[in-house]
Design a protein around this ligand. Structure first.
Ligand code: HEM
Length: 406
């Protein structure tokens, strides 16, 4: 698979990630099945994270933050409520280390890739020693897992965390460091992607007329009212947020290209051209996502594009954020489509709904268009220099757990 080449996994992580990908299966099955139980935990963690992150007081009524960086740290903490547990997620040094790992891995990979094979370990060693790589994060995860493995023998009920699922499904020769590296790989999969999505979403929300933001908020409140709180069914009814996230994926995605692969055998295309083995192939995502025959007015960001379409369908899934099809590729497609997309959809919907219920936010200066994205090695990321101001809404939602801060 090309992602192994693109991320230079043997150096940035380890070879075992390539040889046995059971962590993907664990995310696709156990973690996805655990989602309904994780929803109340994720909303609680989101509330705690933002209370601590914003630190509002009677005197400090608004805060201006670098949006992308702040959201990256928020996502790292909130995701780890489900990946490695709240203890590590709430450890600021760990969050800092894991964010550096997630941010620097795709930056270092091209430099490793451009180096001759015999130099690659050295290039990784040198780059990671000043940029930060797996070592800084493993320093927290390995002792944490060692401690947990001692305790888990005596636990009648094991926690529904990714780390527990990884341990339970590990092959006999798996080491603690091996499990730790897989948990970090999934941190990478989660942090870098979801923080990009939530940032784009807030960039777009801040440009919408107040009436449309109110519409989205009212839908969230109605869903929580009808389902009695944060349940899987309530989240299914957040159709406008779901649509907004899907539109973010359509218009921006993570990369210019989808399904990067390396051809293993000669393959003849319909037009007669042959792709020889060893060639890198990918799909131009813009050609698919900006196809006017599939998406009318394709260059317009329409937050309600998919929720309007859903009104015409009897099924909730066809235009759902996490649904992949040949015209929608931000999560890839086929056998290797993103294993964590249902978890990501849940977390992002909870975070965006929470922000809408609790906060108002705006750009630091008046804007009519959203900030331009940055592009590096095919990746598309929101501008990290953009700041936003947040302040609390006067209305207090009965559906947000009261934070208990130390
Ligand atoms: C908005 C958030 C996310 C986006 C846009 C995203 C996107 C992607 C993409 C494009 C791929 C490659 C698919 C392909 O090559 O066909 C992928 C693979 C993968 N993702 Fe995600 N991802 C997200 C969140 C997550 C999260 C939260 C996790 C884990 C908790 C995760 C775990 C994985 C795994 C394990 C794979 C490899 C699947 C396989 O090879 O079978 N992702 N993701």
């Amino acid at each position: 698979m090309n992602v192994q080449e693109d991320l230079q996994l043997p150096y940035t992580m380890n070879k075992a990630q390539m040889e046995n990908t059971y962590h993907s299966t664990v995310v696709r099955t156990d973690l996805t099945r655990a989602i309904p139980n994780l929803i109340p935990e994720i909303i609680e963690e989101s509330v705690l994270t933002m209370e601590e992150g914003f630190q509002f007081t009677k005197e400090k009524k608004e805060v201006t933050i670098p949006l992308f960086d702040t959201m990256t740290h928020f996502v790292a903490r909130i995701s780890n409520r489900a990946l490695l547990g709240p203890e590590l997620g709430r450890n600021k040094d760990f969050v800092h280390a894991v964010v550096r790992f997630a941010e620097t891995t795709p930056l270092m990979a091209p430099f490793i890739c451009w180096s001759p094979h015999f130099l690659r370990s050295t290039v990784y060693f040198v780059l990671s020693s000043f940029l930060g790589g797996k070592k800084g994060a493993l320093k927290f995860v390995v002792p944490h897992l060692e401690e947990y493995m001692k305790e888990r023998e005596f636990l009648a009920e094991k926690p529904g965390l990714l780390s527990e699922f990884l341990i339970r499904n590990a092959p006999p020769n798996e080491t603690v460091e091996g499990v730790a590296m897989r948990a970090l790989n999934m941190n990478f999969g989660s942090i870098h992607t979801s923080s990009i999505f939530v940032t784009h979403t807030l960039f777009e929300l801040a440009l919408l007329p107040t009436s449309q933001v109110d519409e989205i908020r009212e839908e969230v409140i109605a869903a929580l009212d009808s389902e009695g709180g944060w349940t899987k069914n309530a989240l299914l009814k957040f159709r406008k947020i779901d649509s907004l996230l899907r539109e973010v994926g359509r218009v921006y995605g993570l990369m210019h290209f989808a399904l990067p692969r390396i051809s293993m055998v000669p393959y003849q295309l319909d037009d007669g051209n042959v792709i020889p083995p060893g060639y890198r192939v990918a799909i131009d995502m813009k050609a698919i996502h900006y196809n006017a025959k599939v998406y009318p007015d394709p260059f317009r960001f329409d937050p309600f594009r998919f929720s309007k379409l859903r009104e015409t369908e009897s099924t909730d899934t066809k235009y759902g954020f996490a649904t992949v099809d040949s015209n929608y590729l931000p999560f890839g497609a086929g056998r290797h489509a993103c294993a964590g997309r249902f978890f990501a959809a849940m977390e992002l919907k909870v975070m965006v709904a929470h922000i809408l219920l609790k906060y108002n936010f705006k750009y630091t200066e008046p804007r009519t268009v959203r900030p331009k994205n940055l592009q590096f090695n095919g990746a598309v990321v929101p501008d990290p220099k953009v700041h936003m101001t947040f302040w609390e809404r006067e209305e207090v939602s009965p559906y947000l757990p009261a934070p208990v801060l130390d």
